[in-house]
Design a protein around this ligand. Structure first.
Ligand SMILES: Cc1ncc(C[n+]2csc(CCOP(=O)(O)OP(=O)(O)O)c2C)c(N)n1
Length: 351
């Protein structure tokens, strides 16, 4: 087995952490670490269960946890999340129950979509988490439409559009960026650049210097951020949300991350990634970076880390056990929520 790669710790002294995250920095960073461990435990378990044939499909977000947890912690209840492929942890941090997500992954009778949506495509109305669409990029223009609706209604909230580097080549990216800028809408565009769109690396995706650079020609401020640095991601998101919330228009953030797992359970990255990729990606592991920083500052010790890891595994185990003990949806439920009652003008799908 090859040796563990060197991990570059986060570069903040205590005073800097306090200045950036505020007086509560220890609580914020510790909460972030706990959530990242939940995400990591979930990814590990679900990939194994998929291989055992117990869930149909899974797409991990391993390596992108700092972005997802920071977004969950930095947003307000009024905000809206339009995920790309890998933001399920944002929903959980915002309060969607892990057990409900497990019911969805197992497509059982307590899955809010009752087995009709592909596993790993949850929606969570109670936390304003809109169902992911597998059609790349479409959520970007939907997020902009929602922001327009918020403005028309005078309702509070910011719309966050998440998407990968590959989605920046979609029509919806250009339409969404243009409309958001022209209408000065409260949108934060979050590009999770994990450097691969399945087998297409960044250099085959764009000739621009960065993805964030694309924003300026639409009249939108764009910033590239180290997406493996929780402190920086959280503070940039807070800043961008503040700009959007106070009527100063959209912002685009590009989070540079490293995809540490296959694209999905249907992928074999050894066919296209260089042989040293896994090692390179592991040296930018956001969970290990946050852990080593918090340990160096004395916020965490080995025992607490062990306890947090065990608690995360246990949470995931309990959610999986509950889902596996639940019956599949009854066949007769197939047509429920599909047709409105005759003579009713109500739309279906209120669940
Ligand atoms: C319109 C469309 N074209 C192609 C696909 C097939 N496809 C699924 S995921 C993917 C790559 C997405 O890459 P990226 O946007 O970088 O997101 P990541 O998977 O890296 O998170 C592609 C091409 C699709 N789902 N929809």
């Amino acid at each position: 087995m090859s040796a563990a790669p060197p991990i570059e710790p986060l570069p903040y002294a205590e005073e800097q952490a306090e200045r950036i995250l505020g007086a509560e920095w220890r609580a914020i960073a510790t909460s972030a670490y706990r959530w990242m461990r939940v995400g990591r435990a979930l990814d590990g378990r679900m990939q194994a269960l998929q291989r055992q044939g117990r869930v149909g499909f899974y797409g991990a977000a391993t390596g992108q946890e700092a972005v997802n947890v920071a977004a969950g912690l930095a947003t307000d209840r009024d905000d809206w999340i339009f995920p790309g492929l890998r933001e399920q942890l944002v929903a959980l941090v915002r309060g969607h129950a892990l057990a409900t997500y497990a019911h969805h992954l197992f497509a059982d009778d307590r899955d809010p979509s009752r087995g009709r949506n592909m596993p790993c495509h949850p929606s969570a109305r109670e936390v304003h988490y809109v169902s992911m669409s597998s059609v790349i990029g479409t959520q970007i223009s939907q997020a902009v439409g929602l922001a327009y609706a918020l403005r028309q209604k005078g309702a509070p909230g910011v719309s966050l559009a998440f998407f990968g580097d590959g989605a920046t080549s979609s029509n919806d990216f250009h339409a969404g960026m243009n409309f958001a800028a022209v209408w000065n809408l409260p949108v934060v565009f979050c590009c999770a650049n994990n450097q691969w769109a399945i087998s297409a690396p960044t250099e085959r995706q764009t000739a621009a210097t960065t993805f964030a650079a694309k924003a300026s020609e639409y009249g939108i401020p764009g910033r590239k951020v180290d997406g493996t640095d929780f402190v920086r991601v959280y503070s940039m998101l807070r800043g961008a949300l503040d700009v959007a919330r106070t009527g100063r228009g959209p912002v685009m953030l590009e989070f540079e991350t490293y995809r540490m797992t296959p694209h999905s359970s249907s992928d074999d990255p050894t066919r296209y990634q260089p042989s040293d990729w896994a090692m390179r990606a592991a040296s930018h592991d956001p969970v290990a970076r946050l852990q080593s920083w918090l340990t160096a500052l004395g916020v965490l010790d080995a025992e607490t880390i062990e306890t947090i890891g065990r608690a995360a595994d246990q949470q995931v185990r309990a959610a999986v056990e509950e889902a596996e003990a639940t019956e599949p949806p009854a066949p007769a439920s197939l047509t429920e929520d599909v047709y409105a009652p005759l003579g009713s003008r109500e739309s279906p799908g209120t669940g």
